[in-house]
Design a protein around this ligand. Structure first.
Ligand SMILES: [Zn+2]
Length: 118
């Protein structure tokens, strides 16, 4: 018998409780960082996107440490203190003409991309 999760459904806290540590990765830089929840704990994870503070491209949330995933062994942990949004990412994410709906189909987490080059 498992105790019901006392937190907010679909929150980062619920994911953390279910899957353990959460990660955010950049497929361009092939780097990742541990996602520390702090004020995100009770936030619906489906409402958030991530971007890379180094190159500004989309970040992807990962439930497993990326370097342990097949084909991603070269991803390196690159935890930054107080990372800032890349200007290109801010522009992309705040420009209303570029807002696109998040697709929930397929069971993949938002931001996860299938990269055909791999
Ligand atoms: Zn990057």
């Amino acid at each position: 018998m498992v105790d019901p999760f006392p937190g907010v459904p679909y929150s980062f806290g619920a994911l953390r409780k279910t899957f353990g540590p959460l990660w955010v990765r950049c497929d361009s830089c092939r780097r990742y960082a541990r996602l520390f929840l702090r004020e995100l704990r009770d936030v619906d994870y489906r409402t958030k996107t991530f971007s890379c503070s180094i190159c500004g491209s989309d970040g992807a949330m990962a439930l497993e440490e990326p370097c342990k995933d097949t084909g991603m062994e070269d991803y390196r942990l690159d935890q930054r203190v107080d990372p800032q949004h890349h200007p290109a990412a801010v522009k992309r994410l705040t420009d209303p003409r570029q807002l696109r709906p998040i697709r929930y189909a397929g069971g993949e987490l938002p931001g996860r991309k299938i990269d055909g080059r791999r």
